[in-house]
Design a protein around this ligand. Structure first.
Ligand SMILES: [Zn+2]
Length: 408
């Protein structure tokens, strides 16, 4: 019954679902070598052109070559003992309707170590219900950044300078800290709207905002065997699908590549809901298709399997939600499949082992959130926005240059 209500509400609200800090100054390591400086896309940091990676120079836990096909070379022949990570991510606003779906999806779902299965939420600001974000956070999910404004098309992001990227993602970080009580130190990742990166600048912003990773860069070429996450200390071999892609040395910045899925006609899709030819709207057909995509990871080098989507997809077909739920519950029966946030998965990639990946569960935050409901004006348009936040209403609707919604 609960499920039926969620589906009906989902259809009703499908249109609204469709939307599409603190700073750490880091200095790049200087090396005593003559190098060429990277050409046009450069900016604030003194960037050097990245050199090809070699395993001898690039070592875990802080450096990983993009062409390393296993967590450690010595795992060769023991692929079946590598834990299979599954990273389920949702982009855009969290609201009452999709929150109910998320709650239902993860309810009772556990990993082989007994810890709860979790996902990652890349949050954009407009229409987001921060009380529900706080609930997701307290339930152990990863909260990550997807900008304040979501931008006005791909051009905005392709041409964004570092100040714009820092401001979009830094302001969203402040909003999450203030209105959803999320510890900013727990926010480690970002994803660009439309997956539109802007070369080195995106990854410089990852560094300057004190984040660990970006997960916006799809790969079609490295899906069989699939690509593992890596750092930008050295030149990436990843295919550049939505350029410009980075070419500078950016030590310690992690890329979680979006390994594409294959649809029923053989085309690649970076997100599940972007597949041009998904299977028929039947639970079994959808389930089998998800399993085929999963097996390309599980039966080869066990690179993390990404299930990237927008909640709006659940309302797009009658059986999408049920099939998705059936599939993740199927995954939870495997003895070696772990559904975690991306940052938790990266902890494993930094210190990979065979068998059980972690010694203990992540400690869930226990933040207090007194829900308040606010009607505040969006100053750029004069519209009144309804907003649910923890503890205290802002004076105006928070936005890019005024993330705390102060009276300015
Ligand atoms: Zn988005």
């Amino acid at each position: 019954m609960k499920y039926a209500i969620v589906l009906i509400l989902g259809v009703l609200f499908a249109t609204t679902l469709l939307c599409d800090g603190q700073k750490t100054k880091n200095k790049l390591k200087s090396k005593n070598k003559v190098r060429t400086t990277v050409a046009p896309q450069l900016a604030r940091l003194d960037l050097q052109k990245a050199e090809p990676c070699s395993a001898a120079k690039c070592k875990l836990p802080d450096c990983r070559c993009s062409d390393a096909t296993l967590p450690r070379p010595k795992f060769k022949g023991k692929e079946q003992e590598i834990p299979q990570f599954v990273t389920i991510t949702f982009d855009d606003a969290v609201n009452a309707v999709n929150y109910a779906q998320y709650d239902l999806l993860f309810d009772g779902l556990t990993n082989p170590d007994g810890c709860p299965a979790t996902g990652t939420f890349f949050l954009s600001h407009e229409y987001t219900d921060y009380v529900r974000v706080n609930a997701l956070y307290n339930a152990g999910h990863e909260i990550a950044l997807h900008s304040v404004t979501h931008g006005d098309g791909t051009d905005y992001w392709r041409e964004a300078d570092i100040d714009t990227i820092e401001s979009e993602f830094g302001a969203q970080l402040q909003i999450l800290e203030t209105f959803a009580k999320v510890d900013p130190k727990k926010i480690q990742g970002m994803r660009l709207p439309f997956l539109q990166i802007s070369g080195n600048k995106t990854f410089e912003a990852v560094k300057s905002l004190g984040l660990t990773y970006d997960s916006s860069w799809p790969t079609q070429q490295f899906k069989n065997p699939p690509m593992w996450p890596y750092t930008l200390d050295y030149l990436s071999v990843q295919d550049c699908q939505i350029g410009p892609c980075p070419n500078a040395e950016l030590p310690g910045v992690w890329v979680n590549p979006m390994v594409t899925w294959t649809d029923t006609e053989g085309y690649s899709c970076s997100m599940i809901d972007a597949c041009a030819y998904p299977p028929a709207d039947e639970i079994d057909a959808l389930f089998e298709w998800m399993l085929e995509n999963f097996n390309r990871h599980y039966q080869s080098n066990r690179a993390p399997f990404g299930m990237y989507l927008h909640a709006a997809w659940f309302s797009r077909g009658r059986n999408n939600f049920a099939a998705f739920k059936k599939f993740v519950h199927h995954l939870s029966t495997y003895p070696d499949v772990y559904m975690t946030g991306i940052s938790r998965m990266l902890e494993y990639v930094k210190k990979p082992v065979l068998g059980e990946p972690f010694k203990s569960c992540e400690v869930k935050p226990k933040t207090q959130c007194q829900a308040v409901h606010c009607n505040v004006q969006k100053t750029s348009t004069g519209e009144i926005r309804y907003m649910s936040v923890c503890d205290k209403c802002p004076i105006v609707y928070p936005w890019l240059k005024n993330p705390l919604g102060l009276d300015m």
